[in-house]
Design a protein around this ligand. Structure first.
Ligand code: HEC
Length: 169
């Protein structure tokens, strides 16, 4: 009878230990998952410069960060045609950095220039000649078949890019 009592006590003890361990285990897993969920919410994911949350939920866009790049059309044109020679920020590459270009030159000039830089230089435009000489007469590619709206989209992208850089602390 005495032995029998000890067995009961031991099994009750083991039962309690198992219970405690599993409670601890579930608590750990639960806090871990909660933390993962928080991390997921707090760190926005980016896909090609566009916030993933915004792709999934476009209404977040305006509310959270109005300066995030939305002009994918201009961004693509810039990256495919201009980025090998120009940075969208102020630093020089083959040509000058294009930050603030809309303040330096008016739209009409920019459209003429991008469609045919050599034509603008040959027309005797002082600004163009000076720039051309500053860049050791490196010839910029002419984009004769670029339409006005394509050029405006590129310029818009450059502005948006620089605003989004300012928005990053
Ligand atoms: C092969 C290199 C090259 C490519 C490609 C190129 N550029 Fe240029 N760009 C230049 C150079 C070099 C200059 C400086 C002037 C010169 O030497 O003709 C310049 C000047 C400019 C300027 C005048 C900048 C200022 O500060 O006044 C603008 C605007 C410009 N480029 C826009 C563009 C855009 C938009 C594209 C794409 C559609 C583009 N460029 C593609 C080389 C390039």
């Amino acid at each position: 009878m005495a032995n029998y009592n000890i067995y009961i006590k031991i099994s009750k003890l083991i039962y309690k230990i198992v219970l405690a361990i599993s409670a601890l285990f579930f608590l750990t897993v639960y806090t871990f998952l909660q933390k993962q969920k928080l991390d997921y919410i707090q760190e926005p994911q980016f896909y090609c410069g566009t916030c993933m949350d915004e792709i999934n939920n476009p209404s977040l866009n305006e509310i959270n960060n109005p300066s995030l790049i939305k002009n994918v059309f201009g961004e693509t044109l810039f990256k495919n045609n201009c980025a090998q020679c120009h940075n969208a920020n102020a630093s020089m590459l083959v040509g000058p950095g294009l930050a603030g270009i809309k303040e330096r030159r008016d739209e009409e000039w920019l459209i003429k220039w991008i469609q045919n830089p050599q034509k603008v230089i040959q027309s005797g435009d002082k600004y163009a000649i000076k720039l051309f000489e500053k860049f050791n007469k490196t010839e910029m590619t002419a984009f004769t078949n670029f339409k006005e709206e394509e050029i405006l989209a590129i310029l818009e992208y450059i502005d948006e890019y620089n605003q989004s850089q300012k928005a990053i602390p």
